[in-house]
Design a protein around this ligand. Structure first.
Ligand code: CMP
Length: 139
């Protein structure tokens, strides 16, 4: 059975371009409940740790630099079938391939500055949520 929680980050490009409110509204309108949320800036070390799974990929260095370049919003979201439904809401990783009306289609600029992150499995949703939030920070 699919889990009911996912994890997201609104990335530096979207926060810097004042899209935070619009993106949170889209998430809420799509039926997700916000379980935890915080505004912060990642250090390069923490960004590297978060994306360690990509450390062998050619884009890793730029990704870490980019994700620590400005503030982000991290959140845990709740809804039935959360991981899959959220990935549909945000669209393809490359905004040029994201379906019309998806968050990346509306707000992302490039595959690096792609507005939002969404967990790709229930297991990673739990790992990523735990990376940012302690048990007493969720509701
Ligand atoms: P995200 O869902 O946060 O997970 C890893 C990120 O790496 C991805 O979004 C993109 O922003 C970034 N990235 C850069 N180049 C690529 C690529 N070729 N394939 C996948 N992700 C990429």
């Amino acid at each position: 059975m699919a889990g009911n929680r996912t994890f997201t980050m609104i990335k530096p490009d979207a926060v810097g371009n004042n899209h935070t409110g619009h993106i949170i509204a889209k998430i809420s309108e799509a039926g997700f409940r916000i379980v935890a949320m915080k505004y912060l800036r990642l250090t390069p070390e923490r960004a590297g740790e978060f994306y360690a799974v990509h450390s062998a990929r050619p884009f890793y260095k730029d990704l870490v630099k980019y994700m620590s370049s400005g503030p982000i919003v991290a959140a845990i979201l709740e809804k039935d079938n959360a991981v899959e439904d959220f990935r549909k809401l945000i669209g393809a990783t490359d905004p040029a391939k994201a379906a019309p009306g998806t968050i990346r289609n509306l707000y992302a600029k490039s595959i690096d500055a792609n507005a939002v992150h969404g967990s790709d499995s229930d297991e990673n949703a739990a790992i990523e949520g735990n990376f940012f939030f302690s048990l007493t920070e969720r509701y």
